[in-house]
Ligand binder design. Structure first.
Ligand code: ADP
Length: 464
């Protein structure tokens, strides 16, 4: 049985048949016992009545009365006295054995009851007008039993029909939404992410439908992101490639001066470096996005690291006459983090601060330590950002400056955010258009020492 519909109907029929078999068996037994008891009572009354007839009715009218009684009461009987036996109606099946007969003869008032398939039989001995009689009465209860079985069968049949119709309606209510969901799932698997299912109520199926819609929505969003990513990547690659191809073609011209040749070769070099940075950044993001990305945590001096970063960015700052101010705290700060990845964070942030600050500006770096975290702020007096830009800067390939006048590929801050997230830190941005920007990175502080403690620790390490 493949469909859930078929399974439900089969289950319904099985449960109806099973429960009716059990109910039928017990009620049939109960009915049969009751019928037997009532029939035996009736047979007892019959013997009393026959005794009354024998006593009260004269011999001439007696056979007529007894025959009339036999035909109207559905009771057949025999009356026996002094080896004389008269039968009224038809006696079938088992009769009294000699032993039973003897017992009745010997004990006046004795009663014997017999169960002979559907027949109920009763024999009694009594004395009327000084003469001993043995009356044997019998009645067939088979007909009444059949009537009960017939009405029980009719009830089962009616319940099956009415139950099946009701059940089909209920099954339809249950199965229809599942079939709809199944159809929608097929659509989704074919790539139709716009498919949705309607639902109402709050039962399990409605909840399943709701989850399906959420999943489809999520997949649609992911698909959109994927498409956007592919388009961004091809765009980012296409621009430098077009430049390289163009300038390489120009370079083939033999009439170019040495100066022009130098200039075009530099442009090709610039764009190929851009391509290389782009692919390096993409690779780095892919690694950072991987589920099994691991941080190589070690303990190091944050101050020394920031000093190193400033040194690497010095040339760029000097070329724009930008001053880098570093508020070095009185005490060194040791942190436990992935040293090279964290260095990447500071390089990207300081590099951006210099890149997006006009000549003669200032970039200020400061570090603050609380009991819970270390806070690094990188602030500039640069071009700043609009509110709209701030909400997008951590997205891949996003750049506020669509003209791309400043060198970059829009991946730097995505890398920064990912690394900070991996360190369970946070990054906040405060910025105003033409009012400079401030990036604040907060890292949970696993361990930090005062410089003196650090020196003591170094000392201890050296001794051990
Ligand atoms: P990019 O390679 O373009 O610098 P990022 O991901 O590092 O890529 O930065 C994304 C965008 O955020 C930049 O294009 C720029 O518009 C904006 N941005 C980042 N840092 C600054 C800053 N210090 N001042 C102004 N804008 C910034």
């Amino acid at each position: 049985m493949k469909s859930i519909y078929g399974k439900l109907i089969l289950g319904f029929l099985a449960s109806i048949l099973f429960s009716f078999s059990i109910a039928g068996y017990f009620s049939l037994r109960k009915n049969s016992d009751e019928l037997s008891r009532l029939t035996v009572e009736e047979l007892e009354n019959s013997t009393e009545l026959i005794a009354d007839f024998l006593q009260l009715i004269d011999n001439e009218n007696l056979p007529k009365v007894l025959n009339g009684y036999a035909s109207t009461s559905e009771v057949s009987f025999s009356i026996e006295s002094q080896n004389h036996k008269e039968v009224y109606g038809t006696l079938t099946g088992r009769q009294l054995t000699n032993k039973e007969h003897q017992l009745l003869e010997n004990q006046l008032g004795k009663t014997i009851t017999l169960h002979d398939s559907s027949m109920r039989k009763l024999a009694k001995s009594f004395e009327v007008n000084g003469q001993q009689y043995i009356v044997f009465v019998q009645k067939d209860i088979g007909k009444k039993q059949m009537i009960f079985i017939d009405s029980a069968m009719i009830a089962v049949f009616c319940m099956l029909i009415a139950g099946s119709i009701t059940f089909l309606v209920i099954a339809d209510i249950i199965v229809k939404p599942i079939s709809r969901l199944n159809k929608a799932t097929n659509e989704l698997s074919k790539g139709n992410y716009r498919v949705r299912v309607n639902y109402s109520g709050n039962d399990e199926i409605a909840r399943l439908n709701r989850s399906f819609n959420q999943m489809a929505q999520q997949l649609a969003k992911q698909e959109e992101t994927r498409q956007q990513f592919i388009s961004d990547v091809s765009h980012e690659f296409q621009t430098p490639l077009t430049a390289i191809q163009g300038f390489a073609t120009i370079l083939k011209n033999e009439k170019l001066t040495d100066e022009q040749r130098q200039k075009y070769a530099d442009i090709i070099l610039f764009h190929s470096k851009r391509l290389s940075t782009l692919s390096r950044n993409m690779l780095q993001l892919t690694i950072l996005d991987g589920e099994d990305v691991k941080l190589e945590v070690s303990e190091f001096s944050l101050i020394e690291q920031l000093n190193r970063v400033i040194e690497t960015q010095d040339n760029l700052a000097i070329s724009k006459n930008i001053e880098i101010e570093f508020d070095i705290p009185k005490n060194d700060i040791l942190i436990e983090a992935d040293e090279s990845r964290l260095e990447q964070v500071w390089i990207n942030l300081v590099n951006n601060a210099i890149k997006y600050t006009n000549e003669n500006g200032v970039v200020t770096i400061s570090v603050k330590k609380t009991t819970k975290e270390v806070e690094v702020s990188i602030e500039d007096t640069g071009v700043g950002m609009s509110k709209e830009a701030i909400s997008h800067i951590f997205e891949r390939f996003y750049r506020q400056d669509k003209s791309r006048s400043v060198e970059g590929n829009g991946l730097g801050l995505s890398i920064v955010k990912r690394i900070v997230d991996l360190h369970q830190g946070t990054i906040d941005v405060k910025s105003r258009e033409d009012g400079g920007s401030q990036f604040i990175v907060k890292l949970p502080q696993v361990r930090s020492f005062h410089l003196s403690e650090r020196l003591m620790k170094k000392d201890r390490d050296n001794h051990s």
